[in-house]
Design a protein around this ligand. Structure first.
Ligand SMILES: [Zn+2]
Length: 477
């Protein structure tokens, strides 16, 4: 706790000294790339990682899966998630970590640096997967971080700042909605209580809180950035797209992400006999939902975005019941903030039209609204130098735990080349050499940031973070 308390004090002073810049971000980023050094920190130049060990651990941990055709199905807080968590705990404890689990089940492995008054530099990702997922989405980030820590220890590379490795809970949201279930609490966008109350998508009524308790993963570790500040966050992930593959590059530095809005929608109609009730005047919630789903598909093409409907629940059960209660979740994605906001307005208007036509009562909730944005330039630059000529810039099409930590601190991601861009599928694949390169880039990026913090504490915020903080402080004032 002493370490954490000291970190808090330090972080508060860092935050206070940070200021936004008025530069247009793209111009500033481009200029700084053009003028700054290509070199890595001396410690980063020395670092090597053990690609065999990383590869073996990725495939060893894939055994903890529900039956899955070649990939991994390890849903958050299920019995396989417990097994992989126990394995992770054993690995970091064997390395001497100060290990904690927080209330939302996130595993936190803290390793001392030379100056433990500095908040740790974080690495992290997730060991949960979607149903019929792959072996790499998530595990590569956590096990890649583990490999970096093991290699640094073996090679006697000590950082000035402490290091911390997170296994974030419920990143995927596959079993419990919403996704990013623990990092969203860490970022102050949700609460422990709300995360615990997240309902199972299989409609069994169980919650994330009860299932975490069942596997023994509700801990007393720190839940929020205020409780446990970090200096930066770095994450490896498979690209889930084909730009690296097309360019023949094993790794990439991730400059930003596509925006996303997640909605929960509940439609209430009226009960009746499905065979005898006249068609005219029915209040069938599932018919309304069906029309909304068709509109969502059109919406994506009309706005040049993406949309997906998931988690449909309708009732009452039975062959002859008009459906009086239908719930669904859907996601809107767009690369531009204006596009994402326009899609949101548009679909809300269409839902209103459809539900009034069918006489349905509507409850609509925006669970996550993340505008597209850019990661912190200094952190991206640490990854860029780490990748060197093996890498290229890329952008992610989806949310990650890093899209939560970027709200708080310098954050950037390393991409690993993904075969055919496939993910959330048993066919997800990243070659062994590419996994190795990505772990090496992660380790070098962390060491570059550790070096950078020796001379710099005032990091340029991305425009959206600066704008948001300004709005928050104006609201408080
Ligand atoms: Zn992932």
């Amino acid at each position: 706790m002493t370490l954490i308390a000291r970190s808090v004090a330090r972080q508060l002073s860092l935050t206070a000294s940070r200021r936004s810049t008025t530069n247009v971000l793209c111009g500033a980023t481009w200029k700084s790339y053009a003028t700054i050094s290509q070199a890595n920190a001396p410690a980063a130049e020395k670092l090597k990682v053990n690609g065999d060990r990383l590869w073996d651990d990725i495939h060893y941990t894939a055994q903890w899966s529900a039956p899955s055709p070649g990939g991994v199905t390890r849903l958050c807080a299920d019995e396989n998630d417990k097994k992989v968590r126990d394995w992770f705990r054993d690995q970091v404890q064997a390395m001497g970590a100060d290990y904690k689990v927080n209330a939302t089940g996130t595993q936190i492995a803290l390793f001392e640096g030379e100056d433990n008054s500095i908040p740790p530099i974080a690495m992290g990702s997730h060991l949960d997967t979607v149903a019929t997922g792959g072996r790499f989405d998530g595990p590569l980030g956590v096990i890649g971080g583990l490999e970096v820590l093991r290699s640094m220890k073996e090679q006697g590379i000590k950082t000035r700042a402490p290091l911390v490795l997170f296994n974030w809970t419920n990143e995927e949201g596959a079993r419990f909605f919403p996704l990013l279930g623990s990092s969203i609490v860490y970022a102050g966008r949700s609460t422990v209580d709300a995360a615990h109350a997240s309902q199972s998508n299989d409609h069994s009524g169980i919650t994330l809180g009860s299932e975490l308790a069942k596997i023994g993963y509700v801990g007393d570790g720190p839940n929020t950035f205020q409780d446990f500040p970090i200096s930066a966050h770095f994450e490896i992930h498979v690209e889930q797209a084909t730009s690296l593959e097309k360019a023949g590059k094993p790794v990439g530095w991730v400059e930003g992400w596509q925006g996303m809005t997640w909605y929960s929608l509940q439609l209430k109609g009226d009960n009746g006999h499905a065979n005898t009730y006249p068609m005219y005047g029915r209040r069938d919630a599932l018919v309304g939902a069906g029309k909304i789903i068709a509109e969502l598909d059109k919406l994506a093409y009309e706005h040049d975005g993406r949309t997906t409907v998931t988690n449909i629940l309708s009732g009452p059960w039975g062959a002859c019941n008009i459906q009086s209660d239908t719930k669904l979740s859907f996601c809107l994605m767009h690369w531009e903030a204006e596009g994402l906001n326009a899609m949101g307005k548009d679909i809300e208007a269409r839902i209103k039209g459809i539900t009034s036509q069918h006489g349905l009562e509507t409850t609509i909730q925006r669970d996550i609204h993340l505008l597209p944005g850019d990661f912190w330039p200094d952190a991206v630059d640490c990854v860029r130098r780490a990748c060197g000529d093996k890498g290229m810039p890329s952008r992610t099409g989806t949310g990650h735990d890093s899209t939560m930590t970027q709200l708080l601190v310098p954050t950037a991601m390393v991409f690993a080349r993904a075969k055919d861009g496939i993910s959330h599928s048993p066919n997800e694949w990243t070659d062994k050499d590419d996994c190795t390169e990505s772990a090496l880039a992660l380790g070098k990026a962390v060491l570059n940031f550790d070096e950078l913090m020796k001379t710099k504490t005032d990091f340029e915020m991305p425009a959206h973070v600066a704008a948001e903080r300004q709005a928050l402080s104006a609201g408080r004032g």
